[in-house]
Design a protein. Structure first.
Length: 76
């Protein structure tokens, strides 16, 4: 688990994103609620986030620099 006091660490780079990841740039990441800009320049297009507040899976349909988090499937 790549966690450093509430930060993500990837390839020697850390950010205070408040997320956790087991898999680097594609995740899956976990986050309380849907992330906004916390994973910009970290999460590649196609990266996954598990929203631990709402129990939803999200995928980055945007870019590395500007993430767009889209709910996967028809989760209610």
């Amino acid at each position: 688990m790549a966690i450093i006091e509430g930060a993500v660490r990837r390839n020697g780079v850390s950010t205070s994103a408040g997320v956790q990841s087991d898999g680097g740039a594609y995740g899956p990441f976990t986050h309380a609620g849907a992330p906004t800009t916390q994973l910009n320049n970290i999460a590649e297009k196609g990266a996954l986030v598990i929203d631990t507040t709402n129990g939803k899976l999200l995928i980055n349909t945007g870019t590395l620099a500007s993430n767009t988090w889209t709910t996967v499937g028809t989760q209610v």
